[in-house]
Write a protein that binds this ligand. Structure first.
Ligand code: FEO
Length: 162
């Protein structure tokens, strides 16, 4: 059993992970509209990862004899100017998610909730990976500026994400 507070906070985190999925799907739509299919593919894989993050928390609540109450999901931003704008926004979003995960970890530590701590350690590591992959693309896009050749090279690279 976990505390009511922890269950409530994880329930909120499920909403945030599902919002991430929703936001990234909107970005898929942007890239498809721009005929950047490699970018669209990369972001679709990311959206699926976010879905899995939500489900991992979802299942955990039931493993701990708690329950899920799905909350409403807000409409994501959809007026992106260019690929760099998209990836900068996504990177900032990931920083917020990292803060959310760190807050949950802090709560687990405060409550001596070792099981939640163990689960959250997975998310802490995942956030390191995610921040890094978004930031690398931000940096690349900043470097190539308006070069459409480089943009299509990156598009091809991103199409290979598994
Ligand atoms: Fe579920 Fe991208 O953090």
């Amino acid at each position: 059993m976990i505390s009511e507070k922890m269950a409530k906070e994880i329930n909120f985190q499920i909403q945030k992970e599902l919002f991430s999925e929703y936001l990234y799907l909107q970005m898929v739509a942007y890239f498809k509209g721009e005929n950047l299919d490699g970018f669209a593919h990369w972001m679709e894989v990311q959206a699926k990862e976010e879905h899995n993050h939500a489900i991992k928390f979802f299942n955990y609540l039931y493993e701990r004899n708690s329950k899920v109450e799905l909350l409403s999901i807000e409409k994501p931003k959809n007026d992106f100017k260019n690929p760099l704008d998209v990836f900068k926004y996504a990177y900032q979003h990931e920083l917020t998610v990292t803060k959310n995960i760190n807050d949950l970890m802090e709560l687990a530590k405060k409550e001596n909730d070792y099981a939640s701590e163990s689960l959250l350690k997975w998310y802490v590591d995942e956030q390191v990976e995610e921040e890094n992959s978004f930031l690398k693309i931000v940096n690349f896009l900043e470097k190539i500026k308006d070069s459409s050749n480089a943009l299509y090279m990156l598009d091809n690279e991103l199409s290979k994400r598994e």
